[in-house]
Design a binder for this molecule. Sequence first.
Ligand SMILES: *Cc1c(COP(=O)(O)O)cnc(C)c1O
Length: 228
Amino acid sequence: MSIKSNLEKVISDIRNTEAEFGRKDGSVKLLAVSKTKPVEDVIEAYNCGQRLFGENKVQEAEEKVPKLPSDAQFHMIGHLQSNKVNKACQYFSCIQSVDSLKIAKKIDNRCKVLDKIMDIYLDINISGEESKTGFNNDDNLISVVNEILELKHIRVIGLMAIGSHVEDRELIKSSFKDLKELLFKLQNEVEGFTADQLSIGMSGDYKEAIQMGSTMVRIGSSIFGSRY
Ligand SMILES: *Cc1c(COP(=O)(O)O)cnc(C)c1O
């Protein structure tokens, strides 16, 4: 299968799933996750009309971003280390993997220097697995979110999460539902919290994610093939 036909199939599946669950046509954006894949593959997807790409390593973005036209946008979706923040702020248009107050402050500081405002998502650990990064959905979260909203060079636009790695479709849906409820809670309880995006859904669970309110699915292997 070619990248072109994979991309066409994923896009038509997204549109069909929107229709199936009463979601507005075009309300779910596609982030094509090109991590570990060569830049030629990214260019091929770009030539098919894809403009949004996801990478999980700053070094890979550093290599690929300059080789694409400037209307291609890259989102950071992997855990960001402090010492990579400066480059991340240069190459990414959005950082979806903000998982601590410390990293939010570093991004804010750097963007102040660059005189820009970075769109971010808060990475929430919805699976409850200890090994995963992300903010825990606990009592402390509201005060952390309040502090993040004070930062003037970042704009919180949504929540991002990785679904639980289970076969049980109902369990996957309920973890996505928890995330949607957290978004509503933050909108209701935190003054100035206007974020309304949900970045959920990967190759294995994007239909469930669209059903539960995803506004952006992050799809890698179904477009670019499996990673080894
Ligand atoms: C790799 C990755 C994806 C894409 O995963 P696929 O299963 O290949 O679609 C999505 N989100 C994050 C955070 C990832 O690391």
